[in-house]
Design a protein around this ligand. Sequence first.
Ligand code: SF4
Ligand code: SF4
Length: 103
Amino acid sequence: MTFVVTENCQRCRYTDCVAVCPVDCFHGDAEMLYIDPAQCIDCGACVPECPVEAIYEEGLLPADLGSWLTINAERSRVLPVVNRKSEPLGTAEERARALGFSG
Ligand code: SF4
Ligand code: SF4
C-alpha cells in the first residue's frame, strides 16, 4: 500500500505535503511531486494538507486516476527528494481556481 499524488498537483506544487511527511518520500520535478511507494509508511498525514486534494490512498484511487500509481513509482525513482516547503508555482492560484478550490 502507498499514497499517490495525482494530476491536481500539476502546475500547483504547493508542497504543504512535504512538511508533514515523516519519511521524506516526496520527489519532484518542475511541475509536481510524486510519492515513492517504497518509502511511504501509509501514515496519511499528507492528505489533508493538500489544498487541491491531489493525494489519495492507493486503495481509494478513482479508476480514472489509476495510472498515477505507476507514474509515482517511476518518477520518484529518478527525481530528487523534496522535503522542504517552498513557494507554490506561479500558476498555482489559477490552477487551484480552475479545479474548483479557492487557491
Ligand atoms: S500539497 Fe498537493 S499540490 Fe502541493 S505539492 Fe503536495 S500534492 Fe502537490
Ligand atoms: S502517507 Fe505519510 S509517509 Fe506516505 S507520503 Fe503521505 S505523509 Fe509521507
